[in-house]
Write a protein that binds this ligand. Structure first.
Ligand code: AGP
Length: 610
């Protein structure tokens, strides 16, 4: 969950690496550091806290340095401190690491027994000393890696510098993402392509079990057994402007406001607007043998899991597939009963979530076909799957998922319509109706954004709450779960999502005047059931905030606040619109509470460790 980046070329690299770390900070921000080689010496600056805390030390790096690497940390072993910050260096070698060395304790004890003294509490420092032990025998970094890599267990994407090889950087990829960017007489590496977009068009994606030596001229790649690997370069179609705030105060707000346009481009990608027909080319189904598929099984984490819940409802009603949905962290360890008749669909914005990736590997080992719904091309999960369906939502920098979540809902809806079309479970008329409703989404999404002032005003009243419940039914149950996650992860107010029908089975005991209940209550077939929940809460002096698509005067009289949502007679698209209201609600509560909206404490954008 850290961000790593490195450079070798003709430019001065300290500032270039710092700016690259700014684009990677969403991956972790407990500490940061940069090491460069100049005049045969390695100079390192590092500091606990966010990247900005490193700025005062940047003058200590020689501007003449043309080779260097940087790291922004999400702490796994050892608290965020200067000593535990990366890079870790000694005796002319320097290491940065993304991942976890699972057997670091026994390795550390062996090294201590050999007289090695450690400066930090990190697992990473073990790698440094294993490397030094080889280099001090006079071996090259290449030979040292062949010796030490088989000793490591866990996830480790590494950057390595050696002052005796000032014309090269070494990289290792195992379990955590790592990409090489190829420029003109310069070469980069990073945890993901985002910081390299301004400099590179061509990228090499390392696979697990590979290491590389990069120079200005390019990269050489081997597997851990030392066999050279050929790596085709790929091009990325992201533009660097997409990774800027473009005038918004926060990436999260920018990404909330990108949704109408994102919906339009997604719809036009899958719909032939002239013939009002579905384009099936981009659904990733061309590499799936549908004749073998008898059931679907979603695996995902966090918001992606809540999106997959909506996916389940869609797959069972439209293409009429039996469909399970499961947290990837549970799926991968419980030995689920799956096999060649199961299509496992991994939903992941980043394509790097460790538990989801492990679930895909488990499913493949059981003979399942696997498909990734993902937002980042060439990331680990789609590369591990038989096929991929890309969301094309553009980069999402805010740690809290917004446009990626609604993009998942929209793409799962389109995917379910495509499957229904192929399985003939939907009449042409019914399909045409769905497609017509899809076209209504972008303007309705713009209307949802126009509610921001009303939402921001109410958010001011909500600031001092300490805990709250979110309730919903059907598709809105998933939205209640997601709304609770949004609020808690950026405002730090505890929110818990519940199915409305579950209130009487325990949570109603919590209802009292001090408890706010956010009810997601669109005018759908479960509206009256939700009204009954609201009455039960009111009868016990609970306070209700309704997110509703109707203008029911009764709600206005009985609720503390009503946050209006545009209405559409389509449960999935209504769920998209309801979640946009809750995104803005969470944003404004967090904003007024003064928390770090884009980089909430303890979190990171991509959870690449278990
Ligand atoms: C949601 O706001 C969080 N950022 C988090 O729950 C996220 O959805 C989860 O970690 C899954 O990430 P992925 O979609 O990249 O796999």
């Amino acid at each position: 969950m850290c961000g790593i980046i490195g450079y070798i070329g003709s430019r001065s690299c300290p500032e270039l690496i710092y700016q690259g770390l700014e684009k990677l900070e969403y991956r972790g921000y407990d500490s940061a550091g940069i090491a460069v080689i100049s005049s045969g010496q390695i100079t390192t600056v590092k500091a606990a806290g966010k990247l900005a805390r490193l700025r005062p030390f940047m003058g200590g790096l020689p501007a003449a340095a043309h080779i260097g690497m940087g790291h922004t940390r999400w702490a796994t072993h050892g608290e965020p401190s200067d000593e535990n910050a990366h890079p870790h260096g000694e005796a002319g070698a320097s290491v940065i690491h993304n991942g976890i060395i699972e057997n670091y304790k026994e390795l550390k004890l062996e090294l201590i027994a050999q007289g090695v003294s450690f400066k930090s509490e990190t697992d990473t420092e073990v790698i440094l000393h294993l490397l030094l032990a080889e280099l001090q025998k006079g071996t090259s970094v290449h030979m040292a890696l062949l010796k030490l890599l088989p000793q490591l267990q866990g996830a480790f994407s590494l950057g390595i510098m050696n002052r005796d090889e000032p014309e090269a950087l070494y990289l290792v990829k195992q379990g955590s993402p790592l990409v090489i960017g190829c420029g003109k007489d310069e070469t980069f590496f990073a945890s993901d392509p985002l910081p390299l977009i301004p400099y590179c068009q061509h990228f090499l994606f390392l696979e697990d079990g590979e290491f590389a030596r990069i120079t200005r001229a390019g990269a050489e790649v081997w597997n851990f057994a030392g066999v050279q690997q050929e790596k085709p370069a790929v091009t990325m179609d992201w533009d660097s402007a997409a990774a800027e705030k473009n005038g918004f105060n926060h990436y999260m707000l920018k990404e909330i406001h990108e949704q109408p346009q994102m919906f339009s481009s997604t719809i036009s990608r899958h719909l032939d607007l002239h013939t009002n027909s579905l384009i099936l080319d981009h659904l990733g189904l061309d590499k799936i043998d549908l004749a073998q598929v008898k059931r679907l099984h979603f695996v995902a984490c966090g918001s992606a899991y809540y999106a997959a819940l909506v996916g389940k409802y869609l797959m069972e009603t439209l293409p009429q597939f039996p469909c399970d949905v499961e947290l990837a962290s549970e799926f991968r360890y419980r030995e689920p009963f799956i096999g060649p008749d199961t299509l496992v669909i991994a939903v992941s914005q980043s394509g790097e979530t460790a538990d989801t990736l492990a679930s895909v590997k488990y499913a493949r080992a059981k003979g399942c076909q696997t498909l990734a719904l993902c937002n980042v091309k060439f990331s680990s999960i789609p590369r591990e799957c038989h096929s991929a369906f890309y969301m094309e939502a553009g980069p999402e920098i805010g740690v809290a998922s917004t446009k990626a979540f609604t993009s998942m809902l929209l793409n799962l809806y389109i995917f379910s319509l495509g499957l229904a079309r192929l399985r003939h479970t939907l009449s042409a008329e019914a399909l045409a109706q769905h497609l017509s409703q899809l076209k209504l989404l972008p303007p309705l999404a713009a209307q949802a954004l126009a509610q921001d002032k009303n939402i921001a005003t109410y958010a001011l009243q909500f600031l001092h709450e300490t805990h709250c419940l979110f309730i919903g039914r059907g598709f809105s149950y998933a939205i209640a779960l997601e709304g609770a996650l949004k609020l808690k992860e950026i405002s730090y107010i505890h929110g818990e999502g519940y199915a409305g029908g579950e209130l009487k089975h325990g949570p109603i005991a919590l209802i009292e005047k001090s408890l706010a209940v956010i009810a997601v209550v669109p005018r759908d077939k479960l509206y009256d059931k939700m009204l009954a929940n609201i009455e039960e809460i009111r009868a016990r002096k609970g306070r209700i905030i309704a997110i509703t698509s109707g203008n029911d005067p009764h709600l206005a009289q009985t609720c503390e606040a009503v946050l209006s949502c545009p209405a559409i007679d389509n449960p999935c698209l209504q769920a998209v619109l309801s979640s946009m209201i809750l995104q803005q609600f969470a944003y404004y509560v967090a904003l007024h509470r003064g928390t770090d909206v884009d980089q909430p404490r303890n979190l990171a954008k991509s959870v690449t460790v278990e």
